[in-house]
Ligand binder design. Structure first.
Ligand code: ADP
Ligand code: ASP
Ligand code: MG
Length: 447
């Protein structure tokens, strides 16, 4: 069984939905995970934010625009008037529900119900396109099998049991379709796997079905060696290892949701990135195998806060780090980067929810300085810290204002902490330095 995931742009128009149909039309049973049409989840988040602010009329106007947009998609997508009518009835059902939600007291549950609508709409529209064209397709609702635990981890046992039960009841089906992103939480309420979560849905399903391969189809020809939104001349990588891809995704490469790699890495299921708009391009194959040495790719993660914690005693007394970590543990806040000196330790966090409480607890035994609007720029490649040319990289420090460096925490990762305002320049300089003027530093197997 192959698991396919198509992202927002891939299902973002009638033309692209037809490309997707062509890609999955080869014989054989398959599982297809879809995101919302591009722009829809953003619109739904805005609707929810407007309700939170009490701007009900603004939210209602957006709901009406959303309905008009989906009506016109339905009109263009199908050949038969019956299909158009049934799609419009489905859209109306969800639009009516959205209007009902605007009248209720705002809560996280309401927010999650609003943002779930995009995937419900895209999967309905696409399943009916396949049915109209004679495919044996069936949409299995994600909310009937995708569930997370109290720790916000996928409930793998529950998912596997229910997914198999639902699929076994449909022996005639060739193409199973489901919604990415959405799930039930441990309390049984509609929830989600965070923005970009459809990638994660696909690998969770891939693991549950022990799939032959999971393919993430998107709007770019694979995993690039730098962020193409900020840097010119980036190139697709033909291969990455699970560990390299996991580090890059965790440190901000938007092309994969941060947790995507984990379910398939454990089972050694290949993960392939492909371009819906250019299916013939090689894309990127992510497996256990190592291809190439040196720095393979650069990614950046924003929204980082650095906290410098200085011991009030002259020297770092033993037990100091333990006390520091206990504070972060108490507030369930994980640390990304850490550097130490004789009297101080600096850490970074990407979740500020408990920042004030953390700082106040730390101040009981240390002085604390906080810098926000920071970004982690992360360089990744197999065993890069041992690569003979890597030290040359530090020449870049002459040009870039770096607040912290983490070297050697993992053999595959060097991280630099910079002000977010310097991120663009840092990414561009690193691109030129590593991939253009110092080819010895970069991995040799770029496409
Ligand atoms: P989808 O809706 O298909 O999930 P996303 O927008 O989430 O698509 O991810 C694809 C986008 O990720 C690309 O269009 C590109 O702008 C961005 N991106 C950021 N870093 C990378 C990278 N290293 N390689 C490829 N794309 C990247
Ligand atoms: N539609 C969701 C989002 O925009 C999930 C996804 O696209 O993967 O975040
Ligand atoms: Mg995505």
């Amino acid at each position: 069984m192959l698991v396919y995931k198509f992202g927002g742009t891939s299902v973002g128009s009638v033309i692209n939905m037809n490309h997707v149909k062509d890609i999955i039309s080869k014989p054989g049973k398959k599982f297809v995970v879809l995101s919302a049409m591009s722009g829809t989840t953003n619109t739904l988040v805005e609707i929810s934010e407007n309700l939170f602010k009490g701007e009900t009329e603004v939210a209602e106007r957006s709901i009406t625009q959303l309905r008009d947009h989906y009506f016109s998609v339905a009109q263009d997508l199908y050949k038969s008037e019956d299909s158009v009518a049934s799609a419009k009835a489905y859209i109306d059902y969800h639009v009516t529900n959205l209007f009902e939600l605007t009248q209720k007291a705002y809560s996280e549950i309401i927010h999650n119900q609003i943002v779930a609508k995009g995937e419900l709409l895209s999967t309905f529209l696409f399943t009916n396109l396949l049915l109209e064209e004679g495919f044996k397709a069936h949409c299995i609702p994600a909310l009937e099998f995708m569930r997370t635990t109290a720790n916000h981890e996928p409930d793998n046992f529950y998912i596997k049991q229910n997914l198999n039960r639902l699929m076994d009841a449909l022996p005639e089906t060739d193409i199973f379709i489901t919604q990415g992103f959405i799930c039930l939480n441990a309390q049984g309420h509609t929830s989600n796997l965070n923005r970009g979560g459809s990638d994660y849905t696909a690998t969770i399903i891939g693991a549950a079905l022990n799939a032959e391969e999971v393919q993430i189809w998107t709007d770019i020809d694979g995993f690039h060696n730098n962020d193409p939104r900020f840097v010119n001349n980036t190139k697709a990588l033909s291969h990455l290892s699970y560990d390299e891809a996991a580090e890059l995704a965790y440190f901000g490469a938007k092309v994969l949701h941060p947790q995507t790699v984990l379910p398939v890495r454990d089972l050694d299921i290949p993960l392939r990135l492909k371009n819906t708009m250019a299916p013939e391009a090689h894309g990127t194959l992510i497996t256990n195998e190592i291809h190439g040495e040196g720095i393979k790719a650069i990614a950046a993660k924003d929204g980082i806060t650095a906290i410098k914690i200085k011991s009030v005693r002259m020297l770092l007394a033993h037990g100091f780090l333990k006390k520091v970590f206990e504070v972060f543990e108490r507030y369930e806040t994980s640390i990304d980067m850490i550097t130490t000196s004789e009297i101080a330790v600096s850490v970074t966090i990407d979740n500020n929810t408990h920042l004030d409480a953390i700082c106040s607890d730390l101040r009981e035994f240390a002085t604390v300085d906080v810098d926000d609007y920071m970004s982690i720029v992360c360089l990744v490649g197999h065993q890069i810290i041992y690569h003979a040319d890597t030290p040359q990289l530090f020449q870049i420090l002459q040009d870039v204002n770096v607040r912290m460096i983490s070297y050697g925490g993992s053999n595959n990762n060097i991280s630099l902490l910079v002000n977010t305002s310097d991120k663009l320049e840092t990414l561009q300089k690193l691109q030129r330095y590593i991939f253009e003027s110092q080819p010895a530093l970069s991995a040799f197997h770029l496409n």
